[in-house]
Ligand binder design. Structure first.
Ligand code: PGA
Length: 269
């Protein structure tokens, strides 16, 4: 059976709802029938109009963040139920800009995952190390801590929809990309960590996407790697031609992988 591939665009704080609608109208015919699942994480204000535009298409609209509470006196925050009603099918959680600019901790991200699951929104959990952490040989430790904190005690039924996006912070918006060997190595490590937390069967099913300076030119090579199940593009997703080229280049069939049992030293929470 072919392995499903995902391509997610993250618009960050770009595009008004009018611009979002025009973009989706232009994108839909370009990606119709492609085998990769197409997701777009748009600003809150565009979710309703974007999902109306995407209704008859293969494009899934989602959000870039949400609060961990069901509702409450949290001025300026947005709840999962609001996103859901507006038409969001998924939410990015723990994006590096949320972690590093807005100070979101592993604990808070874990709570948001639980909330998203309760509110029936598919969580796409972003993880990744900074340049400094990589330089000081902390990459695996950081990744494992982020995964353990994110996934432990998540209800089993939630795991059928959850996705992980590995995005090295130093590769986001910089044009720097790890080598293909490094990407495969760290994705394999992520899958081993997930296997330790949830078991090999679940680990083989959870999609692990790569993000960080994804472009049409590198999409096919990255997605061809054994443990890569798709791509998360930021800057390149703002342009219809570039994003549709990434989707086309990523749309090919992959065969399922088996996860070898390995022993990983557990990191304390
Ligand atoms: P980039 O951003 O593709 O512009 O590097 C990726 C992201 O922030 O998710």
């Amino acid at each position: 059976m072919a392995r499903k591939l995902y391509v997610i665009g993250n618009w960050k704080m770009y595009k008004t709802s009018r611009e979002a609608s025009a973009y989706i109208e232009a994108l839909a015919p370009l990606v119709e029938g492609e085998s990769a699942c197409v997701y777009l994480a748009v600003p809150f204000t565009s979710i309703a109009s974007a999902s109306a535009c995407a209704k008859e298409t293969n494009i899934v609209i989602g959000a870039q963040n949400m609060n961990d509470a069901r509702e409450g006196a949290f001025t300026g925050e947005i709840a999962g139920l609001m996103l859901k009603e507006a038409g969001a099918g998924f939410v990015l959680l723990g994006h590096s800009e949320r972690r590093h600019i807005f100070g979101e901790s592993n604990e808070l991200i874990h709570k948001k995952i639980l909330r998203a699951v309760r509110d029936d929104i598919q969580p796409v959990v972003c993880i990744g190390e900074t340049a400094l952490q990589r330089k000081s040989d902390q990459t695996q430790k950081v990744i494992e801590e982020q995964l353990v904190s994110a996934l432990e005690a998540v209800p089993k039924e939630a795991l059928d929809s959850l996705m992980i996006a590995y995005e090295p912070v130093w590769a986001i918006g910089t044009g720097k990309v790890p080598t293909l060997h490094q990407i495969q190595e760290i994705h394999h490590f992520c899958r081993q960590c997930i296997a330790q937390i949830l078991g090999a069967r679940k680990a083989s099913k959870i999609p692990i996407l790569y993000g960080g300076s994804v472009k049409p030119e590198n999409a096919a090579d990255i997605v061809a790697l054994d443990d890569v199940d798709g791509l998360l593009a930021g800057g390149a997703s703002l342009n219809v031609e570039a994003f549709s080229a990434i989707i086309r280049n990523a749309s090919k069939e992959k065969t399922p992988k088996k996860v070898r049992k390995t022993t990983i030293k557990r990191v304390k929470k």
